[in-house]
Design a protein around this ligand. Sequence first.
Ligand SMILES: Nc1nc2c(ncn2[C@@H]2O[C@H](COP(=O)(O)OP(=O)(O)O)[C@@H](O)[C@H]2O)c(=O)[nH]1
Ligand SMILES: Nc1ncnc2c1ncn2[C@@H]1O[C@H](COP(=O)(O)OP(=O)(O)O)[C@@H](O)[C@H]1O
Length: 398
Amino acid sequence: MGEAPAFLVDDLQNEPPNGFELKNGTCKTTTTIGDKTYVIGGADDGTLSIEVQIFDRNLGEWFHPTVHGTKPMSCKGHSAVLLKDRILILKKGSKPDDQIWFLEFDTQYVRQLQKNLGTEVVAWSKGVTGNAEKPIVISGPSGVGKGTLISMLMKEFPTMFGFSVSHTTRSPRNMEKDGVHYHFTEKCLMEKEIEDGKFLEFASVHGNLYGTSVEAVEVVADAGKRCILDIDVQGARSVRASSLEAVFIFICPPSMEDLENRLRGRGTETEEQVLKRLRNAEAEIKEGKSYKIFDFILYNDNLEECYERLKKLLGLDGFVAAAPKSEPREIILPMDHSLSKKDDKIIINCIPSDKDSKNLIMLDVSSLKGGAPGRTRGLDFQAISSFSESLTGTNQFS
Ligand SMILES: Nc1nc2c(ncn2[C@@H]2O[C@H](COP(=O)(O)OP(=O)(O)O)[C@@H](O)[C@H]2O)c(=O)[nH]1
Ligand SMILES: Nc1ncnc2c1ncn2[C@@H]1O[C@H](COP(=O)(O)OP(=O)(O)O)[C@@H](O)[C@H]1O
């Protein structure tokens, strides 16, 4: 709860329209939803983040909501447009990949947090154009050949697939590099990050903590690649229960004897660790074969044959590795622009710097996907030089 500056209370009690930019030099906007006005803007305390305050018009009181997600860095100004369950923020004078953000106030993620915490919650997510392909979850007992198959796939299709780098509290093996094979971390640090909602899933496996951070999956999609997750059966179950749509593949050994030989042959575990992994393998194989979690089971008997079957089920048999995908389209929003909204289309009217430039940009928000704690994907941009009468001239934010 806090005191509002007098000028702000005056502004707010006059019921400003949504998207209203407060004229006090603080680059703040207001958006009213029911009895609450969300004031969004750069912090006045010299920090580089955009702050959110809520003015409850009924009570005439201010409060700070609990803020989740990745916060945007401060900017020279922004515009705000109210959508169904989130506020679209267009940052002015920012880099193309940092212009569009969403402040969620009524998404499923926010509602769940509100229920758990019993406080007012908002969550930030960054807006990204285009969609991500469904991630591929690969599971199976230790030593079955998951890592080997994933390496083969990434080697043959380097521009198509990216690996989700998990966090783990186990120690690195000889050849393993931090940030490449795993993010090697401390238990207390990882537990704190799990509590902060930074993990999509986590599990205790063979006596260590492993987990997939939301960021690990998002950075792969940001690079325009399909994400591969190498996680245990418990983790696969958690992802299956989450909102992330994925393809689930279980890799099964031809026999326990083969599994034992591979594990021992790899020579990366102590005898005690080998025995623990073999004990856990029995339950994992039972669950994997039950088809409750997995869409496909692949038997890794002959490695080359198994790899061919993996490629086939991913639609890659006979596929010639493609040239790198083109860079995502980018549009630079000028500092000076005005906005209008009709249905799911937002028209950004740019004040042109030269007369030949296209001065209308249409932002389509009809197919938004995802959101906090990750990115909001599915945005589409189109530069247009003119637009139909029915859309221009409106200056309403609804
Ligand atoms: N739940 C979960 N399991 C993971 C994650 N990363 C790795 N694992 C699983 O943890 C288990 C042990 O992995 P690791 O220590 O690399 O040993 P390896 O499987 O014998 O190579 C394997 O079943 C992995 O699939 C993760 O982020 N989440
Ligand atoms: N089909 C196979 N036949 C024989 N050895 C295999 C096969 N697939 C993998 N291996 C070997 O088994 C060991 C374990 O494979 P790895 O990919 O590390 O398993 P995981 O990642 O599932 O723990 C490695 O030494 C690998 O070279």
